[in-house]
Design a protein. Sequence first.
Length: 263
Amino acid sequence: MKKLLIYILIVFLCFNILCINSSNAKTKKTYKPRNVIQKVEVNAKDNFIIHGTLYYYKSKPAIKRPLVIMLHSLGGCQNDFKPLIDLFISSNYNVLTIDMRGHGLSIKNSNNITRTWQYFPKSTFLKYPTDIADYYKTLFAKYNKYINENKLVFIGGDIGANTAILTAYELKLQPKAFVLLSPTLNFKGLYIPIKLTSLKSNIMAVSSLNDRHSMKGIQDVNKYAQNEYLIKLYPKGSNGVSLIYSNPALKNDILNFVKLHTN
């Protein structure tokens, strides 16, 4: 009788353990890798708040992917890159878009005082490279397990193009490539020739045939480039990021150029 009671007790305990394990298995969520959109705010050194968005692939274990940093044109915002964002995400790239100081959401400081680019003196535009460099450092410290820092790419339109070159110099990185939409030697005081000579990155420079100023600009920039310098001229549009809307072929040309130098 005593042995029977012990047997029944053992069966009862085993049954409870099985039920608990089964219940835990049902409640435990299965992790699914997915593309994530993460809004990120970073305070600049003078407490101006810089807003941006990181698009990355969240997985376990984490996968390091190339990062494409997109910097908009003067008067634009990070959302202007929507066609390129979708294209690069679908091609297995991480993407970072940033509203530069005085643009988009980046128009207030920590005291909630508004400042927009139309009223900036030249000295404020000169803060752009440091803004972006500090933003990237803050972001990388948190998301470095998803970012392949050895495969960094910048895409920038006019002021964003010049900012990209100067930012890379501040980071002491050698990006794999730059795509410069309507670059010039000097934009709002952002003078790039000297810094450009220290970068060995490959460059794709883009202009519209309608924009003589930019056409001259990409020829001038070519004099200081140290590696491949691919000039692409398109029939339509004005300048900067707007070129990707006027010339449908440009999006894939940019992607193919980036792929060539990050694979």
